[in-house]
Design a protein around this ligand. Sequence first.
Ligand SMILES: O=C(O)CCC(=O)C(=O)O
Ligand SMILES: [Fe+2]
Length: 237
Amino acid sequence: MSATITQHIENLDWSLHTESLNKKGYAVLPEILSDQQCKQLATSYNDNTLYRSTIDMKRYQFGSGEYKYFKYPLPDIITQLRQSIYPYLAAIANDWMSKLSIQQRFPEQLEALLEKCHQAGQIRPTPLILKYHTGDWNALHQDLYGKVYFPFQIVFFLTQAQVDYTGGELVMVENRPRMQSKPIVLQPDRGEAVIFTTNFRPVLGAKGYYRTSMRHGVSEVRSGERINLGIIFHDAQ
Ligand SMILES: O=C(O)CCC(=O)C(=O)O
Ligand SMILES: [Fe+2]
């Protein structure tokens, strides 16, 4: 694994990000990717040897825009990010399962989670790269892809808001049982990343922990071109 990415991930303030995930269901990671890395990943959108499929979002009524799923073996940088971030999130995931009295526990290393996916017939890689132009958007959704799913995912911003595009905010909606939903709207800088809840998280109420579920999407891009990298940890059916 590349020392620089692993080191960089180790040096993040994980107690701060853990607190943010526990309190809000998301955390913004500062300056994860360099401008050069963002540029390289964004350019690789056009290299079709890297992908297993291309999705026209309009065709599936997912919104408007296009995305591509990477094939295995993933580009090194994606493998490194996925492997080095996973253990921090697995610890939080297990704490969440225990708070919600759910038996399930997640392994400490990504390889073991992927093994579980494979045993469940989920063998296709899920990291993806998304490209939106003026007028494009992404409907609110969840990325579960099968019985085995990890409660966190990450989206990396490869283009710069107000420079490369306007609009195109990352939108999250938290469904609170018997209450109105909470909207969250973020527009991080290029190189930053947002970790968020894939499905649900524990919230402490008067009678103990209850679940709130989260969906995410992207508001309409008003101008320009917006390219993001999504890292989902479980494989798909
Ligand atoms: O384009 C975005 O910011 C969101 C992409 C997305 O839905 C994902 O990464 O799962
Ligand atoms: Fe998504």
